[in-house]
Design a protein around this ligand. Structure first.
Ligand SMILES: Cc1ncc(COP(=O)(O)O)c(C=O)c1O
Length: 426
């Protein structure tokens, strides 16, 4: 990744995000911090919106970045919101989303959460287990429900990377007719449709489209089973962004072409008359807009290796350390934003301040001559950053979060203090 496809640019002898100097932002809000470019968030939304036909509604999956300012931006773009907890429900409501545009998915919803959300209203509840179905029935409140399913065996040749595996998410596809019948027979439950989300970080448009196509096939079968079109078919999220030098961005032109063919083929199909489709990405919408910035505390050499030690690390950004479920640890794009774009580079290992070798943000990076006080930026950090990190580990204070609107930098998440490092989210 180069700075060209990130929100960072090198102008007038220094690095900027939108029109704000990173030096000034770091001086004002202190490091470590997350900085998000509002324009980039909106551009990602717009580019995906334009690639999909009108029959598809876009929902933002809040778990990718629950910062209220970011959720509000997407709500203002008329996105729906996909939530996975009662707390995310509150974030969605405060962001201004009407209840009809909120859907609640996720395994392990508690009775307390279900009650909370049903009392206040919800667009759709996506049922993932028999216990959840029983709990909703017992609550006896009319509610729109959809059924999440875990796809069966490989559906569409080599490009299909899903299916057939055991999963805690949703019901197995084989069980669908029986679960649908139970929902149809339950007073108060209003059956809306199906939801399938098989995996995250898809960079291959062909794989994405074949997953969508499989969901459409299952939806057609279930519509025939119930004798009428489904109201909604949720195709999931999972659209990827490139993190590593070996990866290339999801080709939205291919997505657009494939989506036009797929949804075009349903236009005259009576089993899809009036059906709305949902795509609910998190990473794709929020990831590219965010940068994690930490300051160099020391530069040390150990047996021929240069270690650059930062004031923040995996406690704020677990994903960049490769410890958020990655099988092979690869380096996020990392820049020294105190040095010019074309300064000669040497190998370095970039680490955080925690007392564990797991706290390594860059294993094989190349950086210019770097000194204590320099600012290091980890790009592609807008999704699964702060909220997916072990912030309490070693009790460092929380990073600030700053949202940039052109030339204006707004603090949207406070740092913790030394006395109370874990700022409460409200
Ligand atoms: C139900 C559901 N929808 C959407 C998402 C968002 O996924 P992504 O960020 O890969 O788009 C997730 C992620 O775990 C999810 O579980």
């Amino acid at each position: 990744m180069t700075a060209a496809n990130s929100p960072l640019s090198f102008r007038h002898g220094e690095w900027h995000i939108a029109n704000c100097s990173l030096n000034k932002i770091a001086a004002e809000f202190k490091t470590p911090l997350f900085v998000y470019d509002q324009r980039f968030l909106e551009n990602q939304f717009r580019s995906l919106r334009e690639a999909l036909p009108d029959i598809v509604d876009l929902y933002y999956s809040i778990k990718a970045n629950p910062n209220p300012a970011i959720v509000s931006r997407f709500a203002a773009c008329a996105a729906g919101l996909e939530i996975a907890s009662a707390a995310e429900y509150e974030i969605a409501r405060k962001a201004g989303a009407p209840v009809e545009r909120i859907l609640f998915a996720g395994p392990g919803k508690t009775l307390e959460e279900l009650e909370y959300v049903l009392q206040r209203g919800i667009g759709e509840l996506h049922i993932e287990s028999s216990e959840e179905l029983d709990a909703i029935k017992a609550l006896d409140v009319p509610v729109n429900v959809s059924i999440r399913f875990n796809p069966a065996a490989e559906a569409s040749g080599g490009a299909m990377r899903m299916g057939g595996k055991p999963s805690q998410f949703g019901f197995d596809e084989e069980q669908l007719p029986q679960i649908v019948d139970q929902v149809l027979g339950a007073p108060g439950l209003i059956f809306r449709g199906l939801h399938m989300f098989a995996g995250t970080q898809l960079l291959d448009a062909e794989v994405l489209l074949s997953q969508w196509s499989h969901t459409v096939t299952v939806a057609r079968r279930i519509a025939a089973h119930v004798g009428e079109p489904l109201k909604t078919v949720d195709l999931g999220g999972g659209l990827g962004i490139p993190y590593f030098s070996s990866e290339t961005a999801l080709d939205l032109t291919e997505v657009r072409k494939g989506a036009a063919v797929l949804f075009g083929s349903l236009e005259d199909d009576p089993l899809f008359s009036g059906t709305r489709f949902i795509v609910e990405p998190g990473r794709f919408l929020a990831g590219p807009a965010g940068v994690y910035i930490a300051r160099v505390v020391s530069v040390k050499h150990s047996r021929g290796t240069r270690f650059i030690v930062l004031d923040g690390g995996m406690n704020h950004h677990l994903a960049a350390s490769g410890n958020l479920g990655q099988v092979i640890k690869k380096d996020y794009p990392i820049l020294n934003v105190s040095r010019s774009e074309d300064a000669p580079r040497e190998p370095a290992v970039v680490v955080g301040p925690l007392c564990t070798p797991l706290d390594t943000l860059g294993r094989r990076v190349t950086l210019p001559n770097t000194e204590p006080g320099d600012l290091i930026a980890v790009m592609q950090s807008g999704a699964y950053g702060l909220s997916a990190s072990p912030v309490g580990f070693l009790s460092h204070r929380l990073p600030a979060e700053v949202l940039i609107d052109g030339s204006i930098a707004n603090l949207v998440g406070e740092r913790g203090s030394f006395a109370n490092p874990l700022r409460k989210f409200d």
